[in-house]
Design a binder for this molecule. Structure first.
Ligand code: GLN
Ligand code: ZN
Length: 768
C-alpha cells in the first residue's frame, strides 16, 4: 500500500487567527495563555483537516508561532547571548524575532536577521553562531506537540529541520564555517530524535532542502556522517525531505543515506524521477511530491498518476508515498472560502485543503485502481480540459505580439552616453539631483478613505477628490522642501502589484488567499490565469494631474514586469518567461502613454528581480537574460530625452551587477543605507556606466538621519562614482513612515545634497 503524506501546512488558520492572536499578544491585548489556546486550536483544526482528507502521514511540529527556523534555534539551544534568558519563553522568543526595546529599563536589543527561505517569498530567522558554539537539546516543542496530537486522536509524523540545512542557513558571527559546529550539534539531534521515538513517534520527517543546492564536498561528507549517526539514534523511520529543486549532483548522495524514505519534488523537477528509480537502493521508499505546494492550480491527475504508476511498477506500491511537492505553508488554506471567484476559474484552482484531497485521491487510485476514484478522475479531467481550452486564458492577439517581440524593441534608440547629453539638456537638473522612491506616508486617513470607498461609503468622486488633495499636499511639500524630481505619492495604490493587476486582463484576486510572508505578516498574491494585456491607461490620469500642479518634473511610477510576475501566483501552463514578456508589453504601452502625456521621467520598479534567481547558479544567466529583457522591453519604447529610472530594494546585488547594468535604465535607485553603502564595493572593480541613487537613509526604521550622516554616505559614494552619476534619495518608498519622520529626513537629505553640490561647484574636494 502506498501511503498518502503531507509535509507541512500553513499556520495562520483559515481566517488568519494566528496573526490576530500574535499581534494581540504583542499589544498586550491578550494573555500568553490565550495565545497558546489559539495556537492549539489551529493545530487541532489542521490535524483534523488532514485526517478528514484521508492523509496517512500527518505532520506535527510544522506549526510555529513565528518561524520554523527560529523554533529550531530554540530547540537546539542556539539563542544568541544578547537575549535575556530571564524572561518567559514567549517574551524571549519574540525578542529574537522582533527585537526588544524598553526605554525605562534601558533595554534595546535588535532582532535577529531575516532572509528568504530558498526561492520562496517566506522569510526565516537566520541562525547566528559563534566559534565553538555549544548546543543543548530542548525537545519540548516537538514532543509536546506530538503528544497533543496523540491525545486528540491524531497519530503524527514530527517534522524537524535537518542539522545540515540548519547549519548551512546560519551565519558565523566571527568567521569560520558553520559546518565546523556539526560535532557539537549532532548529539543534540540524536537526543531529540530519541526523545520523539520514546514519545511514540513511528516516523520523523527531517527536512533537508539544502540538498538541492550546489554543495561543497565538505557539506556532502557532512550529510553522510550525519545520517549514519541519526539513523542509529532511535528505532524510528526517517523520511528525509528535499524540495524546491532537482537534486542533480546530490541525487546519488541523497539516495545513499541510510533513511527509510526520501522525498523528491516532482513538480519543480519531474525529470529526477527516472534516475531516482534507476538508482534507488533496495528497500528505500520514495515519497513523490506530485502536487504543487507553491501554486494554486488544480493538479492534473492523469499526469501525476503516470508518474506514480511508473514508480509503483518499478518499486512496488509499498515503496511509494504520495505527497505535495513541499510544505503547503506556501499556499492559501481553503478555496471553499472564496465566494467571489467565478465558478469557472474556481474550478481550476486548489488551495491547501483541496490539495490534501488530491493527495488522497491519487493514493487511492494507485492502491485500489483508477476505478475506485472514477468520479474524481473524470471531474478532474474535465476541469483540466476546461482550463486548457478556455477563451479567457487565450488571447491570440497577445500571443502573436509576444511571439513577434524583436530585439530592437528591447533597445533604446541611442546608447546611454548619448542619452545622457540629451537628457541633461531636456531636464535641466542640478548635480546630485534629489528625489524619492515614489510612495509618501499611507496615513490612517488614507487607509480609512480607501476602506470607506471599498465599502461604498465614499463615492468614486469623493474618493478621487480626497486622493487629489493628498497628492497636491505632497507636491506642495516636495516643492517647499526643495526636492528636484517630484513624485505624486501613490496614495491611490494599496499595493504595488495589486494596483496594476486589477487593471490588467488575465489577473484574478482572491478575498482570503493569504500566505505567510514572515512572522505575522501575510500576503495575498494575485492569480495570473491568462494572457496578460492592458485594458487601457492605468496611471496616466494621476501622473498628468500631479504634473499639472507643478513646474518641476513629476516622475511617473510603474511596477516592472518581473516584480509583478514574482509577487503573483503564476500560470503553470506556459514558461514564466512568456508570462513576464506579456506583462512587459502591457507596461511598455503604459510607458508610451505616460510619455505622450508629457511625463519626462518614468520609474519602473523592479524590487523583486533578484528574488527570481534560481537556486542553482548555473541556471542564473538564463533567468537573468529574460528578466532583464523583460525590463528592457517595458522601458525601451521612449525617446532619448525621456529618462527611465528603476528601483531595487536589496543590497546584495554585487554578484549580478553586470546584469543590472544590462537593464540600461538611465537611473537606478537602490537600497544601501543599512549596509553603509557596502554595495559601493562593487563599483570599485565594475564601472557602472549609468546614473545611480544609492539610498542615503534607511526608511525601514523610525530613526531620522542627520544631515552629516547623509553627507558622509554621499562622500563615500563620490569616491567610487563620478559626481555626475549620483542621485540623492532615500533607500525605498516612504509609505510605511509618518510625515513627522519623513519631513525632517528629507530636509536633511536636501541640505546634504546642497552642501556637496556647493563644494563640487566651488572646486573643493568633496571626496576628502
Ligand atoms: N515605488 C514604490 C514605493 O515607493 C517602490 C516600493 C518598493 O520598492 N517595494 O512604494
Ligand atoms: Zn524599495
Amino acid at each position: 500500500m502506498a501511503y498518502s503524506s503531507n509535509l507541512g501546512i500553513g499556520r495562520m488558520g483559515a481566517n488568519r487567527e494566528l496573526k490576530k492572536a500574535v499581534e494581540g499578544y504583542w499589544k498586550k491585548e491578550i494573555s500568553e495563555a490565550e495565545l497558546h489556546d489559539t495556537a492549539k486550536q489551529i493545530q487541532l483544526n489542521n490535524w483534523k483537516m488532514q485526517k478528514d482528507a484521508g492523509i496517512d502521514l500527518i505532520p506535527s511540529g510544522d506549526f510555529s508561532m513565528y518561524d520554523q527556523v527560529l523554533d529550531t534555534i530554540c530547540m537546539v539551544g542556539a539563542v544568541p547571548q544578547r537575549y535575556n534568558k530571564n524572561q518567559s519563553f514567549s517574551e524571549l522568543y519574540f525578542a529574537m524575532a522582533r527585537g526588544q526595546q524598553d526605554k525605562a529599563k534601558g533595554i534595546n536589543v535588535p532582532a535577529m536577521e531575516m532572509t528568504k527561505w530558498f526561492d520562496t517569498n517566506y522569510h526565516y530567522i537566520v541562525p547566528e553562531f559563534e566559534r565553538g558554539q555549544k548546543f543543548s537539546a530542548h525537545a519540548e516543542k516537538p514532543v509536546i506537540t506530538y503528544n497533543l496530537a496523540k491525545e486528540n486522536g491524531f497519530e503524527t509524523k514530527p517534522v524537524i529541520i535537518g542539522p545540515i540545512t540548519f547549519l548551512l542557513l546560519g551565519k558565523m558571527k566571527d568567521g569560520g564555517s558553520t559546518l565546523d559546529l556539526l560535532p557539537n550539534l549532532l548529539p543534540v539531534y540524536e537526543e531529540i530524535i530519541s526523545q520523539l521515538a520514546k514519545a511514540g513517534a513511528k516516523w520523523i520527517q527531517i527536512d533537508e532542502p539544502a540538498l538541492v543546492l550546489d554543495l561543497p564536498e565538505v557539506a556532502r561528507d557532512a550529510y553522510k556522517k550525519t545520517y549514519e549517526k541519526l539513523a542509529k539514534a532511535a528505532n524510528v523511520k526517517i523520511l528525509l525531505a528535499t524540495y524546491f529543486e532537482d537534486l542533480k549532483d546530490n541525487l546519488d548522495l541523497a539516495l545513499s543515506l541510510p533513511v527509510t524514505a526520501l522525498h523528491l519534488d516532482l513538480v519543480r523537477a519531474p525529470g529526477q524521477l527516472e534516475s531516482a528509480l534507476a538508482k534507488a537502493p533496495k528497500d528505500l521508499i520514495l515519497s513523490l511530491g506530485v502536487i504543487d505546494g507553491r501554486n494554486i492550480w488544480k493538479n492534473d491527475f492523469a499526469k501525476s498518476l503516470s508518474l506514480l504508476e511508473k514508480a509503483a511498477s518499478k518499486l512496488g506500491k509499498d515503496r511509494v508515498i504520495v505527497a505535495p511537492s513541499c510544505s503547503l505553508l506556501h499556499t492559501p488554506v481553503d478555496l471553499d472560502l472564496e465566494t467571489k471567484l467565478d465558478s469557472e476559474l474556481k474550478n481550476w484552482l486548489a488551495f491547501a485543503k483541496q490539495k490534501l484531497s488530491e493527495v488522497s485521491v491519487l493514493a487511492k487510485a494507485l492502491n485500489q485502481g483508477e476505478a475506485a476514484v472514477k468520479k474524481e478522475l473524470a471531474a478532474n479531467a474535465e476541469a483540466i480540459k476546461s482550463r486548457k481550452n478556455s477563451a479567457r486564458i487565450h488571447n491570440p492577439g497577445v500571443k502573436k505580439r509576444t511571439e513577434s517581440i524583436t530585439e530592437d524593441m528591447a533597445a533604446r534608440k541611442s546608447p546611454f552616453a548619448r542619452r545622457k547629453q540629451i537628457q541633461n539638456q531636456a531636464l535641466g537638473l542640478p548635480l546630485l539631483p534629489t528625489t524619492t522612491i515614489g510612495s509618501f506616508p499611507q496615513t490612517t486617513e488614507v487607509r480609512a478613505a480607501r476602506a470607506e470607498f471599498k465599502r461604498g461609503k465614499l463615492s468614486q468622486t469623493e474618493y478621487n477628490n480626497f486622493l487629489k488633495k493628498e497628492t497636491e499636499k505632497t507636491v506642495r511639500y516636495q516643492e517647499k522642501a526643495g526636492i528636484d524630481v517630484l513624485v505624486h505619492g501613490e496614495f491611490e495604490r494599496n499595493d504595488m502589484v495589486e494596483y496594476f493587476g486589477e487593471q490588467l486582463e488575465g489577473f484574478a484576486f482572491t478575498s482570503n488567499g493569504w500566505v505567510q510572508s514572515y512572522g505575522s505578516r501575510c500576503v495575498k498574491p494575485p492569480v495570473i490565469f491568462g494572457d496578460v494585456s492592458r485594458k487601457g491607461p492605468m496611471t496616466v490620469e494621476w501622473s498628468k494631474f500631479a504634473q499639472s500642479l507643478t513646474k518641476k518634473i513629476m516622475k511617473g511610477m510603474l511596477t516592472g514586469p518581473v516584480t509583478i510576475l514574482q509577487w503573483s501566483f503564476v500560470r503553470d501552463d506556459q514558461p514564466r518567461e512568456i508570462t513576464c514578456k506579456q506583462i512587459a508589453l502591457a507596461i511598455r504601452d503604459e510607458v508610451s502613454d505616460l510619455e505622450k502625456a508629457g511625463i519626462k521621467i518614468i520609474q519602473i520598479d523592479e524590487p523583486a528581480i533578484r528574488e527570481g534567481l534560481p537556486l542553482h547558479k548555473k541556471d542564473w544567466q538564463a533567468y537573468l537574460k529574460w528578466a532583464v529583457d523583460s525590463f528592457r522591453i517595458s522601458a525601451a519604447s521612449v525617446k532619448d530625452e525621456t529618462q527611465i529610472h528603476t528601483h531595487m530594494c536589496y543590497s546584495e546585488f554585487n554578484d549580478i551587477i553586470g546584469n543590472i547594468a544590462d537593464m540600461d535604465a538611465d537611473v537606478i535607485s537602490i537600497e544601501t543605507s543599512r549596509s553603509q553603502m557596502e554595495l559601493l564595493d562593487a563599483f570599485v572593480s565594475f564601472k557602472y556606466p549609468n546614473e545611480i541613487g544609492p539610498g542615503v537613509y534607511d526608511i525601514h526604521t523610525q530613526r531620522i538621519p542627520a544631515k552629516d550622516e547623509i553627507e558622509n554616505l554621499l562622500r563615500k559614494a563620490l569616491k567610487v562614482l563620478s559626481a555626475d552619476q549620483i542621485w540623492v534619495n532615500p533607500d525605498c518608498g516612504l509609505k510605511t513612515r509618518g510625515w513627522k519622520e519623513v519631513e525632517p529626513a528629507l530636509e536633511a537629505m536636501v541640505e546634504a545634497a546642497k552642501e556637496l553640490r556647493g563644494e563640487l561647484a566651488g572646486g573643493k574636494k568633496a571626496t576628502a
